[in-house]
Design a protein around this ligand. Structure first.
Ligand code: ACM
Length: 544
């Protein structure tokens, strides 16, 4: 029985008689709407098999046949293999792609190698797989602001997401420490905001700094390529421009956006900058134009406005801000933050998009259609669903992939609580205590990979995998069909060899390899009780 090797675990999978041997006569047949899926499958199978696998619209003899069957539903698929070929039916092109990924997993892990392997029989075992996702938002956030992830690495990450049937890539594009997306009308956002002089090493304020600059940004052509490549995999890219806090890079580029007007540099320390945006109409206009360019680049429904962790000291101490608050009839700085987010959100909504923001946006009124990312535990998820907003759950203590992976003393720069493979696998985006209608507000969930301490693509692999395999299965299967012991057996026995063949530098079962440790950097570990106390204080301002 080979089908139990598939990850994420299918709804049903059983073996069937016989096998289908791929050979020089094998073709991939697909109707025009599935041409992209067919070409991708061809590109995935060709290097290791060395077979031509021509793509045709007309079936001619045994081969791989891709078809659409809308009645299966969104992203669902059915795969049947046997002596007469392989047939993959999908409810939509995304479903067909998921079926193609399953087909790859029915073959030996060496199928993922990128050069011809001549001593393998490329036989697809007989199988019937019927499968569909539990949650529709199965995501991961990459923080490309703290440490820039080169475009080629984002494209590679998209391939890994598709392999795990993840369908939403949230790009955290701006923060205090860097602005990573080219905005043609405001070139200094990347010209000045796209790099910093130095970077903090470690997680405490008196830690050492590195003696070299860090930077990088995506051109608009890069973004179009990323978005298009993701779409070819059925993945939507959700951009985030974080306002009105986490904005020091923007203020460094355009000091008139700041409260004091004083020049600042792009932040070189971790933590949250006090240098927030001012709330002048001119600043709102500036960001309307930024968001217009962003919306032109990212065609998806959801547009991220951040909204998290906006320190209020500068606003509180600034006479001009107090005057603006009085003119607008706003009672306090929390109301001013809500006012700012609402202005940007209205602009996004007027253009037919839906605003996506961190759970701090619940501290004020929200436009209809807003989607709340619940990160400070699940409080935001409960509140948002009860208030009638859609939810994406990403509770820090379950799916923050920058948190340490174990209590192992050699975990690199350990922050907060351990989020183990088992914790990630237990992730359920639907909090307890909701009615059926409220629970239906939970679109799904995502893992978030913050990169203060994830400074290279190699370490992205270490922090993301294999925990992201666990999150992907949690979101694909939902709470009813999970068994950690069985998952672990499948992961170690069948799936990690695939990641080995691709060259993913995941965290080994035994802990970090010597070159994955960071001796001398102590980090900021916390206990579960300390974290809970900290988060409870922070979510107190959420309006229920
Ligand atoms: C966050 O972790 N500041 C959303």
């Amino acid at each position: 029985m080979t089908s139990p090797t598939v990850l994420p675990r299918p709804v049903t999978a059983r073996t069937a008689p016989g096998e289908f041997l791929l050979d020089r006569a094998t073709a991939i047949t697909a109707p025009a709407p599935l041409a992209t899926a067919a070409v991708w499958l061809q590109s995935a199978l060709r290097p290791a098999t060395g077979l031509p696998l021509p793509v045709t619209e007309e079936e001619s003899g045994p081969g791989i046949v891709l078809t659409l069957r809308p009645e299966l539903g969104a992203e669902a698929y059915r795969l049947e293999s046997g002596p007469t070929g392989v047939r993959i039916e999908g409810g939509d092109p995304g479903g067909v792609l998921h079926g193609c990924q399953t087909l790859l997993q029915l073959l030996p892990p060496r199928i993922y190698r990128r050069a011809r392997i001549t001593d393998e029989r490329w036989a697809v075992p007989g199988a019937v797989v019927e499968d569909a996702p539990h949650f529709r938002w199965r995501g991961v956030m990459l923080d490309v602001a703290r440490h820039f992830l080169p475009k080629r690495e984002v494209l590679r990450f998209i391939e890994l997401m598709a392999m795990h049937r993840l369908n939403t890539l949230h790009l955290h594009l701006t923060d205090d420490q860097g602005w990573r997306v080219e905005i043609l009308s405001r070139p200094r956002l990347t010209g000045t905001g796209g790099w910093r002089r130095t970077s903090q090493l470690g997680s405490t304020i008196d830690d050492l700094t590195e003696d070299r600059p860090h930077g990088g940004f995506y051109t608009q052509d890069d973004i179009r390529e990323i978005v298009a490549r993701a779409a070819e995999h059925g993945i939507t890219v959700v951009p985030e421009i974080d306002v009105p806090g986490h904005s020091q890079a923007a203020v460094a580029a355009y000091p008139e956006l700041g409260v004091t007007g004083e020049p600042v540099e792009v932040m070189t320390r971790w933590g949250v900058s006090p240098h927030v945006l001012n709330t002048e109409e001119s600043t709102i206009d500036f960001f309307r134009e930024v968001f217009d360019e962003v919306m032109a680049l990212f065609p998806g429904t959801f547009i991220g406005v951040g909204g998290d962790e906006c320190p209020k000291e500068q606003w509180r101490n600034d006479p001009r801000t107090r005057q603006l608050m009085a003119e607008r009839g706003l009672a306090d700085e929390n109301a001013l933050q809500a006012w700012f987010v609402a202005r940007v959100a209205a602009h996004v909504a007027e253009r037919g998009r839906r605003v996506f923001g961190w759970d701090e946006i619940l501290e004020g009124e929200l436009p209809p259609g807003a989607v709340v990312a619940s990160w400070r535990g699940m409080t935001g998820a409960v509140t948002a669903a009860r208030r009638g907003y859609d939810v994406v759950s990403c509770p820090d203590d379950q799916v923050y992939l920058d948190y340490r992976q174990s209590e192992h003393p050699d975990e690199p720069i350990p922050v907060s609580v351990p989020v183990t493979l088992e914790d990630a696998y237990a992730f359920d985006p639907v909090p307890a205590g909701l009615s059926g209608e409220q629970a239906a507000r939970v679109l799904g969930g995502q893992a978030n990979l913050w990169t203060e301490h994830v400074d290279t693509p190699r370490m992205v692999d270490y922090y993301a995998f294999p925990r992201l395999c666990a999150v992907a299965e949690a979101l694909w299967c939902g709470p009813g069909r999970r068994d950690f012991d069985e998952f672990r057996t499948r992961l170690y026995g069948a799936h990690l060899p695939r990641l080995d063949a691709i060259g993913v530098e995941y965290r080994a079962r035994t802990g970090p390899l010597p070159w994955q440790t960071r001796p001398g950097l102590v980090g900021a570990p916390a206990t579960r009780a300390e974290r809970e106390e900290h988060m409870n204080r922070r979510v107190a301002a959420i309006r229920t």
